[in-house]
Design a protein around this ligand. Structure first.
Ligand code: SAM
Length: 366
């Protein structure tokens, strides 16, 4: 084992040198999982927990215990419930809890759904391998009347439209083609599944922070009990479609509206059902205090918090229009009175019509 520091936590983790494949460290080979690339996910989660200041956090997939320990040390959460199905992980969590003198905690060696059925938490962290879908419903039960749940999804391929069958299995959504704005389709399909599973438990959801980074999606939703709240959430579900020929896109609660492109009459690729409501709560984003890369991404999210759903990928749109690449995203943002998006460095969002977006692109590209 080696000792490392992350945030305010000191951690013992399995020595990465022993789990190196072809000269590259692969955390999946380690007896207990610790991925330094997920620090940004944890930094943002710790900042969110600090704002909500829940009394108890359930860290349902603790691995080394890094998240729960950081919630105790940096977010000021009074009581942490650690859990991992793997016995090696539980031993390491105990060691790391002692190392950091965490005052109030419980540790379990249970399957996450079984734990969530018997434990109640105001803030629940769902950070499994791959898809969080199998754990959504139990997490909804565990929050009680009001709560906050953070979900990580690393199964980008089904969510982005590269594995349609897996997307149907895990998320109950059609997503047969990778659309130009696939990152946002993915996160909205994930939230759609969360809304549907919450509704089964007669709960409504309010996404307060949602982002994509590198190899994962992370979504925080506030949860409130009540059949009407569940109904209101389901009303924000719908479909999105993109025209393969001209790059036009449109969303609607009714998939029948999306059969043919309003501009060129071509058939469109439809994805959904997915969430069409808000992705961010701007006032929460303004209360987060972060540094470095985490601050960079959160500041982009603040700037796009009030933008309409679905971005245009300028590179993909200009190549569809058989134009050369757009030299500067900022020119198009300005011309369309639009927004940048953290989903794509060459993406823009705007309230203007598709025709106006094309006019702007043509103005700057010869
Ligand atoms: N949250 C950790 C962090 O930030 O470093 C990483 C968690 S890792 C992605 C997933 C962990 O969940 C692994 O340690 C694995 O043993 C555990 N796990 C997998 N399936 C589980 C299940 N059904 N119930 C509980 N734990 C599970």
């Amino acid at each position: 084992k080696i000792e490392i520091k992350e945030g305010k936590a000191v951690l013992h983790i399995p020595d990465p040198k022993e789990y190196t494949v072809d000269g590259k460290f692969d955390p999946a080979w380690s007896p207990v999982f610790y991925n330094p690339r997920m620090k940004l996910n944890r930094d943002i989660s710790v900042a969110v927990a600090k704002v909500f200041s829940p009394k108890t956090v359930i860290d349902a997939f603790s691995a080394s215990g890094v998240r729960g320990i950081r919630y105790a040390l940096e977010s000021g959460v009074g009581h942490i419930i650690f859990n991992d199905v793997d016995k090696n992980a539980v031993d390491l969590i105990k060691e790391n809890i002692e190392l950091n003198s965490i005052p109030s905690y419980e540790i379990y060696n249970m399957e996450a759904n079984a734990l969530l059925d018997v434990k109640r938490g105001v803030f629940i962290d769902i950070d499994p391998f791959g898809s969080p879908s199998p754990f959504i419903q139990a997490s909804m039960r565990s929050t009680g009347r009001r709560g906050l749940i953070g979900f990580t999804a690393t199964d980008l391929s089904p969510l982005e439209g590269s594995s349609p069958k897996a997307c149907m299995r895990k998320y109950g959504a059609t997503n047969k083609r990778k659309l130009s704005f696939s990152k946002e389709v993915g996160i909205r399909i994930l939230i759609g599944r969360i809304a549907k599973d919450a509704a089964v438990e007669e709960k409504g959801i309010f996404p307060v922070l949602s982002f994509y980074h590198g190899h994962f999606f992370r979504v925080f939703v506030r949860v409130e009990e009540g059949a009407t709240k569940a109904d209101n959430s389901l009303e924000k579900m719908g479909f999105v479609a993109e025209c393969e020929r001209c790059g036009y896109h449109k969303f609607s609660s009714d998939p029948c509206d999306l059969r043919r492109c309003d501009y060129c009459g071509c058939e469109m690729n439809v994805a959904g059902p997915l969430w069409l409501g808000q992705l961010q709560d701007k006032s929460l984003l303004q209360q987060l205090h972060l540094e470095g890369e985490a601050e960079k991404i959160v500041s982009k999210m603040r700037a796009e918090a009030t933008a309409p759903p679905f971005y245009y990928s300028l590179d993909k749109l200009s190549s569809r229009l058989r134009l050369s690449a757009v030299p500067s995203t900022s020119d198009i943002v300005e011309c369309t009175s639009g927004f940048y998006t953290h989903f794509d460095p060459k993406g823009i969002k705007t309230d203007l019509s598709f025709e106006k977006v094309i006019e702007c692109i043509k103005k700057f590209v010869r």
